[in-house]
Design a protein. Structure first.
Length: 109
């Protein structure tokens, strides 16, 4: 799937939707390691961006996104519209990241 055919919008410029294949999702559950928590604790002492947690969050979003794309491809989609992320802490130090959207088939106008 062309990553340019994934959008947070509900339309895709230059294309028309020919088939709606329904909701697709990618979910990943991550925990922070002891080493990561210690490193982040040191970073909080100095303030600013806590890069260890930022990298963990970015990796979790990237993994959820890749699972989302694979799920859409399994349905026969060549595009995803209305793509969003959601995250919830499901236990202390354990976070679920969900990427979701609507799988569609599009054709160029």
């Amino acid at each position: 799937m062309d990553k340019n055919n994934i959008t947070t919008a509900f339309t895709l410029d230059g294309y028309r939707i020919t088939k709606n294949l329904g909701i697709v999702r990618g979910i990943i559950v991550r925990s922070r390691s002891i080493v990561g928590n210690i490193g982040a604790s040191f970073q909080t002492l100095f303030g600013g961006n806590i890069s260890i947690y930022a990298e963990l969050c970015e990796k979790a979003r990237e993994d959820a996104f890749e699972i989302l794309v694979a799920h859409a491809q399994q349905t026969g989609a060549n595009a995803i519209i209305g793509m969003r992320y959601d995250a919830n802490e499901i236990a202390q130090g354990v976070t679920e990241v969900l990427a979701y959207g609507t799988a569609v088939v599009v054709e160029k106008n």
